[in-house]
Structure formats: C-alpha cells, structure tokens
Design a protein around this ligand. Structure first.
Ligand code: PLP
Length: 438
C-alpha cells in the first residue's frame, strides 16, 4: 500500500539534497533535534501568514508557528516593518535604550505579576537567571519542577522531562546540577504540599499549561493551592509562561487563572518572532539584580548577556503586543481553536478512536488515548504509532505541526475558517484508518 511518505519523497527532491549537505555540517541535518522529520525534513524557503513553502515550492499550512512564537503568523507586515525600521537604525546597541523601557512598561501594564523586567535571548536563559535570582532572594538552593515540565536546556531544570522520569535526560548533563532539583507530579497538590513543607525550596517552577508534555492545563485550584503553599513556606512561585505568555490572554495564563506568581518567565511571542526571553516579577525580588542597591558580589544576583535587550527583538515584540493588547485577536484565535478541538475529537469519536484533545486557548495537544491526560505520566501512555501515522497523513496533505509522535498545534491570527475546514476534512479522511495499528 502506498504511504503518504512516498509522495513526500517524490515532491521534495530539493529538500533531500539540502538534507544530504546538511548532514555533513549539522548533526542530524538540523539546528534542533525536534525539527527533524522522517525520512528527512523539508527545508523552508519562505513563509508568510499561515503558510510556509519549501525549497521545492510545496506549500504547507503551518500549525507549529515557529514553536508557538508567531501568534500573528509569519512575516506579519506591522512586525516586519518595525523590525526593518529598527535594523536600519541599529540592530544592536550594547547600551541602554528607550525600547527596553517601553516594552517593560507594556509588560508591566498587561501581566498581573510584573513590576520589573530583565531581558534575555531565549526562554532557557530566562529560566536560568530566574532560578539564580530565586536562590539569591531566598538564600536556599533546592528547586522543584514538574514531571514533564520543559524549561529549556539549563542543566538544573533539564531533568524529569520525559518518562521514565528517573533517568538522565541526555548524556553530558552534570548530575550534580540536578542533585538539588526535585520533580513533582503536575496537578497533584498533596505532592507539592509535602515538598514545600520541608521549607528548603528556593523556587517552584511550573508551566500553567505544560507545553512539551502535550499542552496539559493546570486545574485552577491546583495553581491557587500552589500560590498559597509557596507563600506559606517562603518559596518563590515561578510561572514559566514562555508558551502561555501573550497566547492565553494579553496577561498570559496568570490573567486567565487569576493566580499571581512571584516570578514570570517569558519568551516566544514577546519577541514577535525574533529571539527573546525575559524574567519579570515582584520589585522586591528583582531589586536583587540592582547592583546599585546591592553593591557586593555576595549580595546581588547576576543577569546579563551581549544581546540582552536587543532592539530589533524589542521593536518586533512591541509591534506584536500593540496588536494583541486590545483582545480582539484572542476572540478569533480562541473561536478557531474551539472549532478545531471539537472537530478533531468528533472525527475520531465517530470511528471509535480514543483521543484526548487538550490545551488552553489557541494551543492544542492531541493525545491518542482514552480521555485527556492530567499529567505527563498519563500522557506517556499515548499511542505514538497512531500519532505518527496521523502526522504523516497530514503532512502528505500539506498540513504541518510538531512533533510527529506528540502533536502540538498553535494557531495564529493568519489562520482562517477555511484552514480549519481543511484541517478537519483531512483529519476525517484519516480517522477511519486510525485504529489499524492501535
Ligand atoms: C515552557 C517553556 N519554557 C522554556 C522554553 C525554552 O525556551 P527557548 O527554546 O527559547 O530557550 C520552552 C521552549 O519551547 C518552553 O516551551
């Protein structure tokens, strides 16, 4: 029986050539392992709105949206204009400049838990500095995170990301770096209570919606409970809103849930499609980064970086958030996402295929299992074979998301009702054959 991938190979000879060249100079031919596709990735030539085109001229409707960063779609004209204008006036100053202040004021106005901001170049760096800041502020070393929580590649938090959770995530990670890290099951307040009650945790890191684990949203009373417990036990509550920031609402998941953390980390949408990260939060905590107040090396925390506060990223971020702050974009995104969620669930239900569709707002996870998972351990029992076949089918029909075995979808303002119709039509074509390998 012909596979959708036969067609893929026939349509992508140029990508295959780039892949062969890439393999010689880039491990696995990519810049990030999760972008590798079987039998080889397509290589993108250009992107606009909700579409990307590969080097062979094939068009794909993109539900990955630059790892979720492109909430306005690819190359949104106001963002491109702002970035180009800024690049012509200087792409990198290495000195203080007004855009740093303007974006920080905007973030403070929109995100409930934010009084002060420092910029980084990625979400990983934001979490790295947030952890150091929490340790500096509390005088404690230990940290808690969630099983399945992904906070980027920093060693201290790059543990218990994938089941089974007791194993190292990769070769080369220093076991001493994770010796002070404790992983907790998500949405389990009793487990958090036991860990926090010891009174030795500097910070508890949590994504209000766990992204990499499959877009699994927290229960509201779980986050409320964490807030109360962290306050009671002197631990800083850190919301990693690298995905949910500006996606769930202008004020992120903390606005949606009405729960305010001590520190928030941001990335992705904040830079409007250009590299960025930020750590933000309570003034009293962030003053530990103020070397004028805390002069001695032993008193203050450190944050810095050559490209931190990069003006092109900040200009693109400002242009993006100005379009988001009114809230109309979210009305459209959330409506399309609700249709997509319901349509996917109905398409599979009709053929008796077990599926749980998860996520918040315009971030969607698809789990081939019975019911929606409430934590990463549950999601680890998903049927990856069906997920992979679904991915191949969609790719063969010009619809792309990542990752093949763990579908995550992000919508952008550039997606249309017609895109959703097409997505559901192609899903309905697949659904009758989905059960075959299950
Ligand atoms: C929740 C979360 N935190 C942190 C990161 C790391 O951000 P970056 O890839 O920009 O380093 C990611 C990346 O996907 C993420 O999803």
């Amino acid at each position: 029986m012909p596979s959708p991938l036969d067609d893929y190979a026939a349509r992508t000879p140029g990508s295959r050539t780039w892949y062969e060249r890439a393999r010689a100079v880039l491990p696995a031919g990519v810049s990030y392992g999760i972008r590798d596709l079987a039998p080889y990735p397509f290589y993108v030539d250009r992107a606009e709105g909700a579409r990307v085109w590969d080097v062979d001229g094939n068009e794909y409707t993109d539900y990955w949206c630059g790892h979720g960063a492109l909430i306005l779609g690819h190359a949104a004209p106001p963002v491109v204009e702002a970035a180009c204008r800024q690049a012509a006036r200087g792409s990198h100053f290495g000195f203080a400049h007004p855009l740093e202040v303007e974006l920080a004021e905007m973030v403070r106005r929109l995100v409930p838990g934010v009084e002060m901001v420092r910029y980084t170049n990625s979400g990983t760096e934001a979490n790295m500095y947030a952890l150091a800041l929490a340790r500096a502020f509390t005088g404690r070393t230990r940290v808690a995170k969630m099983e399945g929580g992904w906070h980027g590649g920093l060693e201290s938090l790059n543990t218990a990301v994938h089941a089974p959770f007791g194993m190292p995530e990769a070769l080369g990670l220093n076991p001493h770096a994770t010796a002070d890290t404790e992983a907790l099951p998500f949405n389990d307040l009793d487990a958090a209570q036991r860990a926090l009650a010891r009174g030795d945790l500097a910070a508890l890191f949590v994504e209000p919606m766990m992204g990499a684990a499959g877009c699994i949203a927290a229960d509201r009373d779980y986050l409320e409970g964490l807030r109360e417990l962290c306050t009671r036990h002197g631990t800083l509550l850190v919301f990693d809103e690298v995905i949910t920031g500006f996606r769930v609402a202008p004020g992120g998941a903390q606005q949606y849930y009405g729960v305010t953390p001590d520190i928030t980390t941001l990335g992705k949408i904040l830079g409007g499609g250009f590299p960025i990260g930020a750590l933000c939060g309570r003034r009293e905590v962030f003053e530990r980064l103020d070397h004028r107040r805390f002069g001695g090396r032993g008193d203050r925390a450190f944050q810095g970086g050559t490209f931190s506060g990069n003006p092109v990223s900040l200009a693109a971020g400002l242009a993006t958030i100005r379009l988001l702050e009114g809230g109309e974009v979210y009305e459209k995104l959330d409506r399309l996402a609700a249709r997509l969620r319901e349509g996917i669930a109905a398409a599979f239900a009709e053929h008796g295929v077990a599926v749980g569709v998860t996520g918040l707002a315009s971030a969607i996870g698809i789990h081939f299992r019975s019911g929606a998972p409430r934590n990463a351990a549950e999601a680890s029992a998903d049927d990856l074979v069906v997920a992979r076949r679904y991915f191949d089918h969609m790719l063969g029909c010009g619809i792309v998301f990542l990752q093949p075995a763990s579908p995550h979808l992000f919508l952008s303002a550039a997606h249309t009702e017609a895109d959703i119709d097409r997505f559901l039509e192609v899903t309905r074509e697949f659904a009758p054959q989905a059960g075959r390998s299950a």
